[in-house]
Design a protein around this ligand. Structure first.
Ligand SMILES: [Zn+2]
Length: 254
């Protein structure tokens, strides 16, 4: 029974991942989610058999069925990643006695973070819809929607948004984009002040290290605009998994 449910959750994740691919490629360029999926190359409308997650990619060996062009790795990678993340969340939340609503909200939050990561790497954009979805899923996960719950989260959102907005203004948008500023505010709303601060701290340290590595190993340098969104997502994951250790380390610095 347990294996059956885990498999079901994984397949659900694959299907949601397939949908996330559509969201990433349409939202980032301002297209609607309505309308049939087309081949990336010859624009022929895809048949239902070509839309089956993973299987269609495996059967077609990574090439489009219509015109034989190589399909992007993004499709299977996002599908499998979403499937694996859904199974992890199911184990961490639902199987540990968590509420179904909280488990589903966590899956929604994870899906939005996957969209933000891939869209920022591919299109250098953090879609507003993905940020709005993060806030909605977080609100949905709260059992108690009193002002005493919202107020500290809104305060954290305002602090982190303002901090990043100052940085955005100081660097004239060269270091980070305005999407990163909005994302920082949403991180405050989701995680609260302390965890949100740790998430951004981890993002800046790892993003900075990556920028230095790129500066030393390529000729592109800082101006090549390393997308910062994925580092913020990574910071959130780190703050969630190792938050207490990181905050202990942080307090030891002072
Ligand atoms: Zn084609």
């Amino acid at each position: 029974m347990h294996e059956l449910l885990t498999t079901t959750v994984f397949i659900l994740g694959l299907c949601i991942g397939s949908f996330l691919n559509v969201v990433i490629d349409r939202m980032s360029v301002g297209k609607t989610l309505l309308g049939r999926s087309m081949c990336d190359f010859c624009k022929r409308v895809l048949q239902p058999i070509e839309l089956v997650p993973i299987l269609s990619w495996v059967v077609q060996r990574g090439y489009s069925r219509c015109c034989g062009k190589r399909l992007s790795w993004q499709y299977p990678v996002v599908e499998i990643l979403t499937g694996v993340v859904f199974v992890v969340i199911y184990n961490l939340f639902y199987l540990q006695g968590g509420e179904l609503v909280v488990t589903l909200a966590a899956m929604g939050i994870a899906s939005s973070l996957i969209v933000i990561t891939v869209a920022d790497v591919k299109y250098r954009i953090i879609p507003d819809a993905a940020l709005a979805a993060l806030a909605l899923f977080r609100t949905w996960s709260w059992q108690d929607r009193a002002l005493s719950v919202f107020a500290p989260q809104l305060f954290a959102a305002a602090v982190l948004f303002s901090g990043m907005a100052l940085l955005f203004a100081a660097t004239r948008g060269r270091g980070i984009g305005f999407g990163d500023v909005k994302f920082a505010g949403i991180i405050g709303f989701l995680m609260g002040l302390q965890s949100g601060f740790i998430a951004l701290y981890v993002a800046f340290v790892t993003g900075g290290v990556m920028a230095i590595i790129l500066l030393l190993t390529t000729k592109k340098g800082l101006k090549s605009e390393v997308p910062f969104g994925p580092f913020m997502v990574w910071g959130m994951v780190a703050a969630m998994l190792w938050g207490s250790q990181l905050s202990a380390f942080f307090y030891s610095l002072f």
